[in-house]
Design a protein around this ligand. Structure first.
Ligand SMILES: Cc1ncc(COP(=O)(O)O)c(C=O)c1O
Length: 358
């Protein structure tokens, strides 16, 4: 970051941005990566790239962050929500086909807690019905499904580097493009609808307004902050995975005794230790647990509210109940998980939870 401040290149698409792209393309093996100001912005770019028209329908899980839906809604799409699995907050792929109509254009699988949706089945459905797949991989950096990285299955995917993520730079994101037919237009949309990127590469004599677009590239300071995290990624991941496994091992007795559920890593998915969550049997039980932890100076937080019954969308939803999305909204709680959590702090958290149930 000091190097950026001492250089004359503060705006976007400078050497640090290019190194971030290279990290995704060379180290993580994605076809094309474009740094964005957020995962939300990357999803918005994807929605523009697939040329969504008003009235088109997009299938999105109800248990997710509003950006997974907003990005498509902004283009006039109708959001068709789907429920989660009983054993995992990810979209229940067995429900998707019944939601497809002649207006359906895309499916947006969200890899909750960085764990993989059933991508084999989702890609099979998408191919059969000629639909785009945009993976919301906000939380999924380094996870793989059947040996292939999450974010590499759909036409495009969006990663988040918000400060709450495993790799964080305050606010930032990455659009990954797997379908190369989007490469050129993506650069233009990201550069306010101009071909400035091609101009800087010396490919055209002047740049001009070519298409719709917006400002979808962050400043170099953000890229430099992010690159430092990428360079340290294996240490960060090693630490997070150790913390996650330690929670699992020590809290397992509470699942065995039927007091609560621990996270279940879906078949064929690795675990990037993004979130360690518990699923309590009821809303009341979760409230008591959160309060008990708070009284002991432990901050444990719930997560998404189901979007199909949100104040904004409830009047537009078709009324189908989503019992699992509501259950995760009411019963899921996240435990502290960050690289500076010490072993004694973690022991204290575990003991406080065990005491609560005893
Ligand atoms: C599943 C999911 N998608 C998208 C986002 C938005 O990410 P960002 O804050 O980088 O825009 C989040 C944020 O937490 C998220 O959890």
């Amino acid at each position: 970051m000091r190097q950026v401040l001492e250089s004359s290149k503060l705006s976007g698409n400078g050497p640090f941005t290019l190194k971030c792209h290279q990290f995704f393309e060379k180290e993580l093996n994605f076809q094309k990566a474009l740094l964005t100001p957020s995962c939300t912005a990357a999803l918005e770019m994807a929605a523009i790239l697939i040329n969504l028209q008003p009235g088109d329908e997009v299938i999105v899980p109800s248990y997710t962050f509003p950006s997974s839906a907003n990005a498509f809604l902004l283009r006039g799409a109708k959001i068709v929500f789907a429920d989660s699995h009983p054993y995992h907050p990810n979209i229940d792929e067995s429900l998707i086909e019944s939601l497809i109509t002649s207006r359906t254009r895309a499916i947006v699988p969200v890899h909750y807690a960085g764990m993989a949706c059933n991508m084999d089945e989702i890609m099979r459905i998408a191919q059969k019905h000629n639909l785009f797949v945009i993976e919301d991989a906000a939380q999924a950096i380094t996870t793989s499904y059947k040996g292939k990285p999450l974010g590499s299955f759909g036409d495009m995917s969006a990663f988040s580097f918000h400060e709450t993520k495993n790799i964080g730079a305050g606010e930032a994101g990455m659009l990954v493009i797997n379908n190369a037919s989007f490469n050129l237009r993506a650069e233009i949309i990201r550069e306010k609808g101009t071909n400035r990127s091609a101009f800087y590469r010396g490919e055209v004599a002047k740049y001009n307004w070519q298409d719709v677009g917006s400002s979808f590239l962050p400043a170099e300071l953000v890229a430099a902050c992010l690159l430092a995290q990428f360079e340290n990624m294996s240490n960060i991941q090693e630490k997070r995975i150790a913390i996650w496994n330690y929670y699992y091992k020590n809290l397992l007795p509470l699942q065995t005794s039927g007091h609560l559920l621990l996270p279940s890593v879906p078949e064929d998915s690795t675990n990037n230790a993004h979130i360690f969550y518990l699923v309590c049997p009821s809303y009341e039980d979760r409230t008591k647990l959160i309060n008990h932890l708070r009284q002991n100076q432990i901050e444990a937080v719930f997560h998404y509210q189901a979007l199909h019954c949100s104040p904004f969308y409830i009047s537009q939803h078709d009324g189908r109940p989503m019992p699992q999305a509501n259950r995760y909204a009411d019963c899921l709680v996240r435990l502290p998980l960050h690289t500076s959590l010490t072993e004694s702090e973690q022991n204290f958290i575990i003991q406080t939870i065990l005491d609560f149930y005893h």
